[in-house]
Ligand binder design. Structure first.
Ligand SMILES: NC(=O)c1ccc[n+]([C@@H]2O[C@H](COP(=O)([O-])OP(=O)(O)OC[C@H]3O[C@@H](n4cnc5c(N)ncnc54)[C@H](O)[C@@H]3O)[C@@H](O)[C@H]2O)c1
Length: 248
């Protein structure tokens, strides 16, 4: 049985990814810092291990690998999904806010990838990072979030460049808007409507639609794909001049 580590697995895109891996016959080490939610959802799922750790803390990340390798001696994929979203004007983004976003969204991806690399070398496994369309294109109110996700996109390419010779593939999914707790907290009804207007497919994505691409890129079906950034965004990123006013 193959093993994946999924961070931020207690809800949202991480939970949907856990469920799809299990449907594919994999087992999943579910990592999250929300102990109550994590134990509830992991307890209801076979072939999972609840790993209550914070990906932004180096000691926790070492412990995450120890817990996982004790449970499963091999690891075939790491999905760096844990993320936080805090939106606001540049002048209101103090250093504490900046660091809070960076430490989970960017430091966490670095730390988990570093810690998992020996196991992934042994299995010739895969790393899949979750960025955002906010890391592909700049927009207002995302000075910390957008910059952290642009960092994740470049980190993906750095890791792909260096780890390819060990057979480790490293790819990145950049989601467009998906209705999860994270986006509900920062998307007002006006923002939701504006997204619908600007997205060629005219709607938000689902957690499952994200999971399908994430799990594909981790699987042997994507055996010759590495260093790629795949926007799963209903076409949003491809339509720089796709103004709603120009549509039928
Ligand atoms: N939902 C969207 O619209 C959207 C769009 C673009 C990108 N994303 C990205 O997708 C990923 C998942 O988002 P989601 O919407 O499912 O979020 P969510 O808030 O529903 O779930 C995120 C999970 O990560 C956990 N988490 C956060 N920080 C952590 C840390 N330091 N250590 C361990 N666990 C931590 C949370 O407890 C939570 O369970 C994030 O990286 C997010 O930035 C989401």
């Amino acid at each position: 049985m193959k093993t994946a580590i999924v961070t931020g697995a207690a809800r949202g895109i991480g939970l949907a990814t856990t469920d799809l891996f299990r449907e594919m016959g994999w087992q999943v080490a579910m990592v999250d810092r929300d102990r109550e939610e994590l134990e509830k959802v992991a307890g209801a799922r076979e072939n999972t291990l609840a790993v209550c750790r914070d990906v932004s803390n180096p000691q926790d990340v070492d412990a995450m690998m120890r817990d996982t390798l004790f449970w499963s001696p091999t690891v075939d994929a790491l999905v760096n999904n844990a993320g936080v979203a805090e939106f606001g004007p540049i002048e209101d983004c103090d250093f504490t806010t900046w660091r809070r976003v960076m430490e989970t969204n960017l430091d966490g991806v670095f730390l988990c990838s570093q810690a998992a690399t020996p196991a992934l070398k042994a299995s010739r496994g895969a790393i899949l990072n979750i960025a955002s369309i906010s890391g592909l294109r700049a927009s207002t109110l995302r000075v910390a979030y957008g910059t952290s996700k642009a960092g994740v996109i470049h980190l993906t390419k750095q890791h792909a460049a260096e780890l390819g010779e060990y057979g480790i593939r490293v790819n990145c999914v950049a989601p467009g808007p998906v209705k999860t707790k994270l986006s509900i907290a920062v998307h007002s009804p006006e923002i939701i409507k504006a997204y619908h207007d600007s997205i060629p497919l005219n709607r938000y994505g689902s957690e499952r639609e994200l999971a399908e691409v994430i799990c594909f890129l981790c699987s042997d079906k994507a055996a010759y794909v590495t260093g790629q950034i795949v926007a799963v965004d209903g076409g949003f990123d491809s339509t720089g001049v796709g103004l709603p006013a120009l549509r039928n």
